[in-house]
Design a protein around this ligand. Structure first.
Ligand code: GDD
Ligand code: MN
Length: 364
């Protein structure tokens, strides 16, 4: 049975339509289901509207004494749920309830975790302004950057609509921090197959979003905490050390070749960058991404090297441009090389981390 958990805080205007459409979607799939509305003492009569549907839809209300947060609402709803699958969905119709049908199908077809996704083909965000789109994309990209091995392969890790088999949550302790319970689940649950189902995030027509500045700060804290709990922070420390060593090699070799060996900068710089990249690659194999299942230079090493080099071409190019500009405008070999490393490194940090780390994520 699917237990649909719907957190509400002042959603009286839409809750009945939401539950009716959710019920219709699941019935059309022939699914057995219950709906648990977790209401935080809404003053607008949300809970009563749910209870008024008794007989029509198998929905009940879990009443909490005051506003206690979205993530804890999901967990409390889950604790009260009777199904072997949890579905989580917002009440405000921004998640079209019809998405429950393909989600249920994905679970039936063997997925342990099915996510309603804005960022896979067919998904989207209705009429968001480009500013809002950018904030959302940036936040998603940040998640993939801080937790590349866990979150980079998921298109929409911050989705609020998903289904998960309860068995995948056994033995995991979910921390209800902030708004994004799905981040916890992706990082900590034990799932085999993960499927993303496209949906279009609708505009809110009634009531107001409960997302504010505080939620953004909590989100950052949440990412860092997850990185610590999942061991990715340790990988980050190793990754940072290797990158620093690479930067040092790049600068030192470039300066040596030009100053002491009498090379011209044009061939010296690409050589220095390439040696630094090779050093980064070797240390990534041996240290950063090493594990018993992934021994250094194991199967696929040439493919990984080719991929790594391919991703780093852009940063290397930017490094050359920045170094060249600095030499032309200000002179000074060390400063120029450092400007190049910083520019290339910044590009990798801001854009390429998820891609780079994924080089070592695929099974060998
Ligand atoms: N019980 C309870 N307690 N419910 C809450 C609380 C709370 O403290 N805060 C919000 N809710 C309910 C709202 O009533 C709504 O049903 C749902 O949780 C989402 O709240 P919104 O304020 O509408 O969130 P949003 O639209 O900005 O963001 C949603 O969609 C995003 C994209 O999928 C959330 O689901 C995000 O987690 C999600 O990333
Ligand atoms: Mn909403």
């Amino acid at each position: 049975m699917i237990s649909v958990i719907v957190p509400t805080f002042n959603e009286a205007a839409v809750i009945q339509e939401t539950l009716r459409r959710a019920g219709a979607a699941l019935r059309s799939e022939g699914e057995e289901f219950e709906i648990v509305v977790v209401d935080d003492a809404s003053a607008d009569g949300t809970a009563e509207r749910v209870e008024a549907l008794a007989g029509e839809i198998p929905a009940r209300v879990l009443r909490r004494p005051g506003r206690l947060g979205l993530a804890t609402a999901v967990l409390d709803g889950g604790a009260a749920a009777r199904g072997d699958v949890w579905a989580v969905m917002d009440a405000d119709l921004q998640h079209p309830p019809e998405v429950l049908a393909p989600l249920a199908r994905a679970i039936r077809d063997g997925a342990d975790l099915a996510i309603g996704s804005r960022y896979v083909p067919g998904g989207g965000t209705s009429d968001w302004t480009w500013v809002r789109r950018m904030i959302s994309r940036t936040a998603t990209h940040m998640a993939a950057t801080v937790l590349p091995l866990k979150l980079a392969t998921v298109g929409d890790p911050m989705s609020g609509v998903f289904m998960i088999r309860k068995s995948a949550l056994e033995g995991t302790h979910l921390n209800p921090l902030g708004y994004k319970i799905l981040l916890e689940i992706i990082a900590k649950a034990h799932y085999g197959k993960l499927v993303e189902v496209p949906y279009i995030f609708q505009e809110r027509e009634q009531g107001a979003s409960k997302l504010g500045a505080r939620q953004y700060v909590e989100y950052l804290q949440h990412l860092l905490r997850l990185a610590l709990r999942t061991g990715q922070l340790q990988s980050w420390v190793r990754y940072g050390a290797v990158a620093l060593a690479g930067a040092f090699i790049d600068v030192a070799l470039f300066v040596f070749l030009v100053k002491d060996a009498g090379w011209r900068p044009a061939p010296a710089l690409p050589l220095a960058i390439e040696v630094a990249l090779l050093s980064n690659f070797v240390w990534s194999e041996v240290l950063t991404f090493y594990s018993a299942q992934k021994p250094p230079f194991g199967p696929g090493v040439w493919r990984r090297l080719a991929r790594y080099e391919g991703i780093c071409v852009a940063g290397a190019g930017l490094n050359c441009v920045a170094t060249g500009l600095w030499l032309a405008l200000r002179g000074g070999l060390v400063g120029a090389a450092m400007a190049g490393v910083l520019a290339g490194g910044a590009l990798n940090m801001l854009i390429n981390i998820p891609l780079i780390w994924r080089t070592w994520q695929a099974g060998r």
